[in-house]
Design a protein around this ligand. Structure first.
Ligand code: ADP
Ligand code: MG
Length: 574
């Protein structure tokens, strides 16, 4: 008996097709039940699969891709334990505003819903909701195209963020006629649409800006995410208004710009009377715009794509709600009619302070002292990076973060990735891998020794994929720094202590990478130059003073102060 031959496909093939149709040609992840063949089939169809060692790092690699390209980075996890490991970067990407999609396999719905104890059974879809912008579950093979489209649009549009896409194993094993399946797929039209602000809001802002004696811009990573560097640069050419760069906005304007107030931040914030926020939130990093060092009488203009961000912590006199490119285009056009220029008085007041501070700083960053501290080690790195302005910089740690942000200049947009809005440790190796994979460029990835401990195993991934990353571990033997203060009697190391005698460079040698161990600024410079020139995966153990650094870096004020006991502040002598 002749049977009709049908051309069947399955959920795993359809998922790969839906991603590829939408230009998603990379995926980071860790495979296992039930997604192993999702990765293999995707790879077979042309999705580059970066197989990593931990789901959180895969999530961070995908988040880096999202930040760098404005399109969602995608990562894949197995059910329950892999899924749980993947959640922190999903939340962190959402807090940072990076577009990312976490796809996770999950177990059989009806068994999970009955609580009958399925293999890795967990209500993943519902648990994910508070950790992302939106969660979707695809229960039917016919909905894969729709689910992928929903995920992409949600991740990219408005304020970008993380999306969770749940793909139950049984759904991926469903069969369907291939031609019918293809007909269910579609390409998302304009996933990140322009959102043009009202002319009225622009006029209100220009009027306020024109009234300012000491105008200041806070340039935030929203402008970097929006890829608005041309508009940003045009604005500063027109107005010469000084600006305070937030850390991942560095490079939208080169850090060497005379308008940067990075080295006179306190004075700039204290003295500004009208502040224009370009994609920067008035959160803890900016003292909510209402605490010291801000001038209490300052008025704020805020450009943001998210209307609910306006007035988050203080009144905003002139909100501009829309996407950064559209907003700045309108603003720049309005400034042609009503020109605004920063006064010489304001600029020289800032310059004077900058010159003084820079001179103090230069003495520390160019010192030849050994053992090194963060300052002279980073000073040398800055000297090397100056010669290679195309290098991407990834940076995490406490002092290693704070001091690097101040010392190492960035010259191009989206060339600095770091701990972000929450100050997260353990993002660095994932960011470095995502950056190298996405851009094809070279990355210098600078980690504190504690930060590196969270995700250091990914150096194996970097070696396996031959990525041109120079990892640098600032080894001062501790969280914040080497610490010997165990206030108990057990004789164990202090909770802050790590191994200063560790040779981190040996970790990469285990995987065929190149290790360097340096103790002096000259050795550091030589090793970094050599590592960059080699284009190999390298790790430099930068051995610094165990006493170098401050507890909690620049944000020690966020710690509660013990009232009693040996850690309580000593009473002042009368
Ligand atoms: P930073 O830490 O650099 O100050 P934040 O992450 O605090 O930056 O703020 C970034 C802001 O930029 C967020 O409020 C976000 O909504 C906004 N944003 C993101 N993308 C865009 C865009 N395309 N246009 C305008 N604003 C944007
Ligand atoms: Mg911010």
């Amino acid at each position: 008996m002749a049977t009709e031959t049908t051309n069947l496909t399955d959920g795993m093939h359809v998922l790969a097709d839906a991603l590829l149709l939408n230009g998603i040609d990379k995926m980071y992840g860790v495979v296992g039940i039930p997604v192993t063949d999702v990765a293999r089939i995707g790879q077979g169809k042309g999705i580059r699969f970066i197989a990593m060692r931990h789901e959180a790092d895969a999530g961070n690699a995908a988040a880096a891709e999202g930040f760098l390209t404005g399109k969602p980075g995608v990562y894949l996890t197995v059910s329950a334990p892999g899924y749980l490991n993947g959640l922190p970067p999903l939340k962190e990407a959402t807090v940072n505003g990076f577009p990312v999609i976490m796809i996770s396999g999950s177990s059989t719905r009806d068994i999970v819903d009955m609580g009958s104890g399925d293999y890795e059974g967990m209500d993943q879809y519902n648990y994910a909701k508070p950790f992302c912008k939106a969660a979707y579950r695809i229960d039917d093979i016919k909905d894969i195209g729709l689910g992928v489209a929903r995920a992409i649009r949600t991740a990219c549009s408005g304020r970008p963020g993380g999306v969770y896409l749940d793909v139950p194993g049984e759904m991926m094993g469903m069969a369907m006629d291939a031609a019918e399946a293809e007909a269910t797929l579609f390409k998302v039209v304009d996933p990140c649409p322009a959102m043009v602000p009202s002319q009225e809001s622009i006029d209100r802002a220009v009027e306020l800006l024109a009234s300012a004696k000491h105008p200041l811009v806070v340039l935030g990573k929203g402008a970097a995410i929006a890829q608005a560097e041309n508009e940003v640069q045009e604005f500063f050419e027109k107005t010469s208004i000084p600006y305070q760069p937030m850390s991942m906005a560095k490079g939208l304007m080169p850090d060497t710009s005379p308008l940067s107030t990075a080295s006179c931040r306190g004075l700039a914030l204290r003295s500004a009377d009208v502040v224009l926020l370009m994609g920067a939130r008035l959160n803890w990093m900016l003292s909510f715009g209402r605490e010291k060092p801000w001038n209490p009488d300052a008025k704020f203009i805020q450009i943001d794509i998210d209307p609910t961000e306006i007035d988050n912590a203080r009144p905003i006199a002139a909100p501009i709600v829309g996407d950064m490119k559209s907003a700045l285009r309108l603003l720049n056009a309005a400034l042609d009619k009503t020109p605004v220029k920063a006064s010489d008085e304001w600029l020289s007041m800032l310059n004077e302070a900058k010159e003084k501070n820079n001179a103090k700083f230069a003495a520390r960053t160019s010192a030849d002292t050994v053992p090194m501290d963060h300052f002279n080690a980073l000073g040398r790195i800055n000297k090397v990076m100056e010669k290679h302005p195309d290098l991407y910089l990834v940076n995490e740690g406490a002092n290693t973060l704070d001091d690097c942000r101040n010392i190492v200049n960035i010259y191009k947009p989206r060339h600095r990735l770091d701990c972000g809005t929450w100050g997260v440790m353990g993002v660095g190796t994932g960011y470095a891998i995502g950056t190298a994979v996405t851009t094809g460029g070279q990355v210098v990835s600078i980690h504190g020794d504690s930060a590196f401990g969270f995700d250091g195993m990914e150096v194996e991934t970097a070696c396996r994929f031959n990525l041109p990353i120079v990892f640098m571990v600032f080894n001062n033997g501790g969280i914040y720094k080497g610490d010997f203060q165990n206030i108990g009697t057990d004789g164990d190391p202090s909770p802050l202590t790590l191994m200063a005698s560790a040779h981190y460079e040996k970790m990469i040698e285990a995987f065929g990478g190149v290790g360097y161990y340096v103790e002096t600024p000259d050795e550091l410079e030589k090793a970094l130059e050599e590592a960059i020139a080699s284009k190999k995966t390298c790790l430099i153990d930068v051995q610094i003073d165990i006493h170098a650094g401050e507890e909690s870096g620049h944000i020690g004020n966020l710690n509660p102060v013990p009232v009693v006991g040996p850690l309580a502040p000593k009473p002042k002598e009368a």
